[in-house]
Design a protein around this ligand. Structure first.
Ligand code: ADP
Ligand code: MG
Length: 702
């Protein structure tokens, strides 16, 4: 096999562009070959200025007739270019001595950029330029996704080399090539091979128009998408078959056992949906094969009790259960709830619930670790501290991961490999998520995951009313808070997330906290943010859940899991900066009791303008529905499924080319093809997965 193009010889450090290639994941020849152009530039022609329209992206060739550094209104380089038909100005706000040299008076240059009309005549801002020399290329020039340390020219060369050297031999057996051709029945054109498809997209012939290349229904795109989806399905199916070959403890439900006792002790009856998913989980637990199930249900749909019932089954069968939550606050709430439900039932059996987090005192931690190791702790609740090296379970039978998408893939893998070394049986795995994947997507895409859905809220909740208001009505919003407080209710105020700057985030929340403290005389207003020490967070939270604190100002740390039924109003400041599912999660913090609840989405339009289209769409969706699945569907519409699945569910973007919303026929083909290929052509299947996923394949199993 040829050496990867970007690899350095042994002992020689990587150059800056090589490092940049690695950072983009471009390590093997095939990675480079699959790094497709973002767009194409037409450098095949020179347009005379006299024929160019304003707003057109053009390539010009001419002579520099003037060069000047102007300081008004700010420092800039102005260059006049004369192409014989007319003149135009090239304008640079950042420039280096190399610019002055290359664009000296008298130089003949080729320039590319968008031509703009204007007060001072026609201008191109920051054009690309080089000395006018040599023939014009006879095909479109690919422009690749690059980075600051990775010059386009270097990347082009690397990709061309990768494309030339990569093994692009056919992996699909003839039968699957035929079925793929049939799946693409709409197309009369013959199926392209992978090699042809890549060749076409990297180096389109002179006759191909840029539009045709961007149209993803083109046979070259279809072939790539089919291959990509097949790789995903193959790797998931392989993971599933691997898992199916493992042994897990058989955990049956006993009449009169802990499961039944817990059901009897609950202060409410389960909803029909909770009963249904509970049975699905119980069926999995009773099989000698590890469960790999996602339990999805809207915020407040009651997933915790379902997890507690599953834990009861495991404990009754003599195994331990671990429950992991992404934040300390959330873990603590689970802990309180589970202790309340389970400890009265566990105590007579000499068992208890243990608690593990990063902020724990050493002594307490050691006590807990001992309980876990001896097995006396039948249930272990905590943050990612639960999967750290010192934690030794005696017999872990069930692991529950709450808000699973908030855990890194690496952490999820750690949980599995941890127990794999220590015991012969693999634990069952239950993942929970309040960020529902639209059902159709989940069913077809996750070959490797069983999905249970709670599609019903517990009774007695009053629907949340959502209002979208401009920041200019802040005073009215504060008056509304006062009215709620007067009725003995509590209020959340969520401050904007400023991604670039945690410090800014904080100063904003602090200012709002001061403002509200002042205008709400006699009310305890608290502040909660991610930088606070755990003990302080805990103190603030307990004041709020205890009812002494009227208003809680926070950054998004309250995003998941907080459960204070008396809170009836939530104000989200700069709501336009949040994503749709994030807004939905936040809103789910109110409407947990019987009182009528409201959510105020306060937005700030940009100075002198109005909100962008996507932001408006998001806020509209929030005002129109409170159904998590409908929200997920709209989110999908607004953002597209690639991003949806990528960022949310796996921690790494998984689908680069295929689009699950439009490529369902290809997905269907890939599902069937994967099963056939894995059974009938295992070597080709392995080659196909390695080609497409390389070292990422392991991640897909998590
Ligand atoms: P989530 O699915 O968002 O994790 P929780 O498990 O926190 O939801 O449940 C939300 C609230 O609803 C909790 O206070 C919980 O005790 C309560 N709850 C759960 N199931 C029911 C039910 N069947 N009837 C009434 N209340 C319930
Ligand atoms: Mg929850």
């Amino acid at each position: 096999m040829p050496a990867p193009v970007a690899a350095a010889p042994p002992n020689k450090p990587l150059s800056a562009p090589q490092k940049a290639l690695h950072r983009l994941g471009l390590v093997r020849d095939i990675d480079l070959a699959l790094h497709l152009p973002l767009r194409y530039e037409d450098e095949t022609r020179i347009t005379p200025l006299s024929e160019a329209r304003d707003g057109q992206v053009v390539q010009l060739e001419g002579t520099v007739t003037r060069q000047e550094i102007s300081h008004r209104p700010r420092r800039q380089l102005l260059v006049t270019l004369d192409d014989g038909s007319d003149t135009c100005t090239l304008r640079f706000f950042t420039f280096y001595p190399s610019h002055l040299k290359a664009l000296a008076v008298g130089a003949r240059v080729r320039v590319r950029g968008e031509l703009r009309g204007g007060f001072l005549g026609r201008t191109i801002m920051h054009p690309a330029f080089h000395a006018a020399a040599g023939e014009l290329p006879d095909a479109l020039t690919p422009v690749y996704p690059a980075s600051a340390q990775l010059p386009q020219a270097y990347l082009r060369k690397a990709v061309a080399t990768g494309l030339r050297r990569a093994d692009l031999d056919e992996t699909l057996p003839p039968g699957l090539l035929r079925s793929l051709q049939e799946a693409l029945h709409g197309q009369r054109v013959p199926l392209m091979s992978l090699r042809e498809a890549l060749q076409h997209l990297h180096h389109p012939g002179p006759e191909v128009s840029p539009d045709a290349l961007e149209d993803r229904s083109h046979p070259a795109w279809q072939r790539l998408k089919a291959e990509e989806l097949l790789a995903q399905q193959l790797s998931q199916l392989a993971a599933k078959r691997e898992r199916d070959a493992l042994r897990a403890p058989v955990l049956p439900v006993h009449a009169g056992g802990l499961h039944e006792q817990l059901l009897g002790a609950l202060p409410f009856a389960l909803t029909a949906a909770q009963r249904r998913v509970g049975e699905e989980i119980a069926r999995d637990l009773a099989r000698p094969v590890p469960m790999h199930r996602l339990l999805q249900g809207d915020v407040g749909s009651g997933k915790t009790v379902v997890a507690a019932l599953a834990a009861a089954v495991a404990i009754d069968a003599g195994w331990q259960c671990a429950l992991m939550a992404p934040t300390e606050i959330l873990a603590e709430q689970h802990f309180a709830k589970l202790v309340g439900w389970l400890e009265p039932l566990l105590a007579p059996r000499g068992q208890r619930v243990a608690w593990l987090t990063g902020s724990q005192k050493k002594k307490q931690r050691e006590q807990m670790l001992a309980l876990v190791a001896s097995g006396e702790a039948a249930l272990v609740v905590g943050t990612h501290a639960v999967i750290q090296a010192q934690v030794q379970f005696r017999r872990l039978g069930l692991a529950v991961i709450d808000e699973q998408h908030r855990f890194g893939v690496a952490q999820r893998l750690a949980l599995r490999s941890k127990t794999a070394a220590a015991q012969a049986a693999e634990p069952h795995l239950l993942m929970m998520s309040a960020t529902p994947i639209p059902r159709t997507l989940a069913m077809s895409y996750y070959a490797d995951l069983d999905v249970s859905t709670i599609d019903e809220l517990p009774p007695g909740r009053t629907p949340i009313v959502t209002k979208v208001v401009s920041e200019s009505r802040r005073a009215e919003v504060i008056a509304r808070i006062r009215a709620q407080l007067a009725e003995g209710r509590q209020v959340y105020w969520v401050c904007p997330l400023i991604e670039e700057s945690e410090a800014l985030d904080l100063s904003n929340a602090t200012a709002t906290h001061a403002e509200l403290s002042q205008s709400l005389d006699g009310v305890l207003v608290g502040l909660l943010h991610s930088r606070m020490p755990a003990a302080e967070k805990k103190a603030v939270m307990s004041l709020f859940s205890g009812g002494q604190m009227g208003v809680l100002v926070s950054t998004t740390v309250i995003e998941v899991g907080v459960d204070v039924p008396n809170a009836s109003l939530m104000v989200i400041e700069h709501a336009e900066r949040f994503g749709l599912s994030q807004l939905h999660q936040l809103r789910g913090r109110v409407g947990r009791g019987a009182a009528a609840s409201a959510c105020v989405l306060m937005y700030t339009p940009p100075e002198g303008g109005r909100l962008g289209e996507t932001a408006r769409e998001r806020l509209r969706a929030m005002a129109e529905t409170t159904d998590g699945f409908e929200i997920a569907r709209r989110d999908l519409e607004i953002r597209g499924p690639g991003e949806f699945l990528g960022a949310r569910q796996s921690g790494a973007p998984l689908l680069r080319f295929a689009d699950l919303a439009t490529d369902t026929h290809l997905l269907q083909w890939a599902r069937g093809a994967a099963a056939e290929m894995l059974t009938g052509h295992p070597a080709a299947a392995e080659k196909h997965v390695a080609r497409w996923l390389g070292n990422k394949a392991e991640y897909l199993k998590a």
